[in-house]
Design a protein around this ligand. Structure first.
Ligand code: DAH
Length: 428
């Protein structure tokens, strides 16, 4: 069952929602919107905490560290993730993510003048209710696990998708909207996965008068309109490409589809979408309406449109990267400034019951940051006593410079040390 495709990934694993265990309580919390230019009067009747005012100021957004990295048994937000909060790459006009966002806005502006409300500074700290319950993610769905999602406490998470804002905006009376934001997922490490990435969510609500004259029912009408809208968007971004619709499953839509385009000799997933589940509309007081929704991963598309080979580059402040992009210029091809050599190091250990690859990756990122390019399982065996040994290969490579042997050896020693101490595995 895939509920996610709009991930950081371009290719391999479709869904973080597909993996693992550990449920937490679903209690009600609230969202703290950032200072908001385009923002909505989101419903704030719930218990509200004042926005915090210290510690981090990046890209104009402040979030206090102790609001995110807390001494709570469920908290699994590392400093490396906290450091990314508030960066808001999608609000930088000269950054590929911001350029792509604006190109999508341009399409909606041209085709639906002044129709869609845009939100791009809604706070990524949301309640479990917003992130999961409000969009009908089943109580036992693996996407809720602490292996896949960053929990601040048992009731509060870093949103793992922009769908987390659908219900509150519908309740707030919005009928056409686009939400862009940074989203957070625990994941494995390779050139297309990064624990922070960006999504855009779109929703359009119809009233009976919209479809009555059409001769089809509301659901068919919305599905047809959705496909037309998104095919137009794909052409706006990619030119005259071949497209196909794939039936799929999302908890929040029925029917649900993925759009794929044939681009550079491959079928590429562009987005997930569908006709909004009636229950979501009903809960927002819209009994007679029908709606469509879509969600797309911006890195995934930007990597293809700008020829960006590694997802870490989006975070680079190296001028040789940043200076290659300009406002309004979609699809300028990135010229790699140099390809520095990778260095591979292996680490083997006997795993225990709580071991997961996501936990390992977090440890490696904690030590090596963006110097780690890939972590891959290269050997796995279980002995007669039932003990399982795994060997992971870590590829270290900087996007910006050559790494010295000494530096890499030092990183690898730290990784070994922390794997042992934090994950309680026995090194081999
Ligand atoms: N939230 C989904 C994800 O993160 C993407 C998505 C799919 C959003 C379908 C939607 C939708 O609004 O209708 O993978």
């Amino acid at each position: 069952m895939a509920i996610s495709l709009a991930q950081s990934t371009l290719f391999s694993k479709t869904s973080l929602f597909l993996r693992s265990s550990c449920n937490v309580l679903n209690r009600l919390t609230f969202c703290v919107p950032f200072s908001s230019s385009s923002a909505s009067p989101l419903s704030t009747k719930k218990k509200w905490k004042p926005p915090v005012a210290s510690v981090l100021e990046l890209g104009g957004v402040k979030i206090a560290k102790d609001d995110v990295v807390r001494d709570d048994p469920t908290n699994n937000v590392p400093d490396t993730i906290f450091a990314k909060l508030g960066m808001q790459l999608h609000r930088r006009k000269q950054h590929p993510i911001g350029i792509l966002k604006n190109a999508i806005f341009e399409y909606f502006d041209a085709n639906y003048p002044n129709k869609f409300d845009t939100f791009d500074d809604l706070c990524p700290i949301v309640s479990v209710k917003q992130n999961f319950d409000d969009v009908l993610v089943p109580a036992d769905h693996v996407s809720r696990s602490c292996n896949d999602t960053y929990y601040i406490d048992s009731q509060t998470v870093l949103r793992c998708h922009t769908s987390a804002h659908q219900a509150e905006l519908l309740r707030g009376g919005h009928t056409h909207f686009l939400v862009t934001g940074d989203v957070y997922r625990r994941d494995s490490i390779d050139s297309t996965h990064y624990p922070v990435f960006h999504q855009m969510e779109g929703v359009r609500v119809f009233s009976p008068k919209d479809w009555e004259a059409s001769g089809v029912d509301g659901t068919d009408y919305a599905a047809q309109d959705l496909k037309k809208c998104l095919e137009g968007l794909a052409r706006h971004l990619f030119g005259a490409v071949e497209m196909r619709w794939i039936d799929t499953y999302f908890p929040f839509t029925n029917p649900s589809y993925e759009l794929e385009i044939y681009f550079q000799d491959k079928w590429l997933e562009v987005l997930g979408c569908g006709v909004t589940e009636q229950e979501i509309l009903k809960r927002s007081g819209k009994l007679d309406n029908v709606a469509w929704a879509f969600g797309l991963g911006l890195e995934r598309l930007a990597m293809v449109l700008f020829d960006i080979p590694d997802i870490r580059l989006f975070w680079s402040t190296d001028e040789r990267f940043t200076s290659q992009f300009s406002q309004g210029q979609l699809g300028v091809k990135f010229k790699p400034f140099s390809k520095y050599p990778p260095c591979f190091k292996d680490v083997s250990f006997w795993i225990n019951e709580s071991f997961t690859e996501n936990n390992l990756c977090e440890v490696v990122r904690g030590v090596a940051g963006d110097l780690v390019e890939e972590v891959s399982l290269i050997d796995n065996f279980t002995n007669k006593k039932g003990m399982t040994s795994q060997c992971y290969r870590i590829a270290y490579r900087s996007m910006e410079r050559s790494l010295t042997d000494e530096e890499i050896n030092d990183l690898q020693w730290q990784v070994r040390d922390q794997v042992q101490n934090k994950l309680n595995v026995v090194l081999r």
